[in-house]
Design a protein around this ligand. Sequence first.
Ligand code: KDG
Ligand code: MG
Length: 402
Amino acid sequence: MKIVDAKVFVCSPGRNFVTLKLTTESGLTGLGDATLNGRELAVASYLTDHVCPLLIGRDAGQIEDIWQYLYKGAYWRRGPVTMNAIGAVDLALWDIKGKAAGMPVYQLLGGKARDGVLVYGHANGGDIPSTLRAVEGFLERGYLAVRAQTLVPGLEKMYGITKEQLRYEPAEGELPLETVWETRPYLEFVPKLLHTVREQLGFDFHLLHDVHHRLTPIEAAELGKRVEDCSLFWLEDPTPAELQESFRIIRRHTTTPIAVGEVFNTIWDCQQLITEQLIDYIRMDAAHSGGITHLRKIAALAELYNVRTGCHGATDLSPVCLAAALHFDISVPNFGIQEYMHHTEETDAVFPHAYHFEAGYLHPGEEPGLGVKLDESLLERFPYKRTYLPVARLRDGSVTNW
Ligand code: KDG
Ligand code: MG
């Protein structure tokens, strides 16, 4: 299973994606997702200029050895660019191993531990009534779990709010869009939204909310406490997590479950959060966290401490990453939930895939490997476009967390 070719493709079928394709001497191919939203070309260069030359001639079957070689061999460890690049190689190698074995990747991970992967959809709106209608729309489509976000009066643009029904794409513009953030109106309004959803639509579905790193620990504690009777599945990213011990403050005040980790890259980013049981769900995904190989170790650590998984699944993770997450989700004992946002039709055309949605669950499909293809004939139609995630400022002009 010698690797004879390693190529990086950058395309923009609705949004930017960076995809690694490895080929073995017997002609097997494997795909990996190397998309880092707003910093795509950094990972493309890391792979093309520094990693691809190291892969040629190696045995594609030696997944752990290649992981260790790329991680320890670079000397410079961790960080989103490095870990996304390693993650892309790792996913491509699992894809090849599955194809070589004639099995879907989940079989190589121990087989199915459940029948399907519970997913949550993104409902949002410009006000509470339109958000309620959006939640209802997801329930009508068969979703069993829905995340609710609404625009706060007085703020013009906010994370998670879009006119589109099924997808949300925050990256836009040749230069970053600047938005204004105010915490107090948000803290007053979100409990109203979540209480109204429960009052009007009941408790027969899982309800989630993403704070998107906007609060201080004590503000997050206040929010968690004020929405306790909404029985949230989780409150996500209530505060930035560089200082892991700050989650002790939230924990001291509220029983609302906490989910964190979409911006983490390694097990060391979440070690304290897990071992002190400061969170309930770990949100790391299969591309930004060094691939399936590293994510499984994180899940195993989390299992010891009763923390469950909840992989990030925004549209900036390509169908290759979503498929990898599904093989992981269906096989890991301490799975919690999977985020699911629909990709554009153009993206689905470029990445035909075996995974499918049915009655609230995603299924990875039975194709050997990850079950995703790359239609290279379409790539010329969708060239890379520079885009950035927005930047947020307070009313006084100071930069804050977006
Ligand atoms: O690229 C950034 C997005 O992936 C992130 O803003 C999405 O918070 C997010 C979520 O929960 O999906
Ligand atoms: Mg999030």
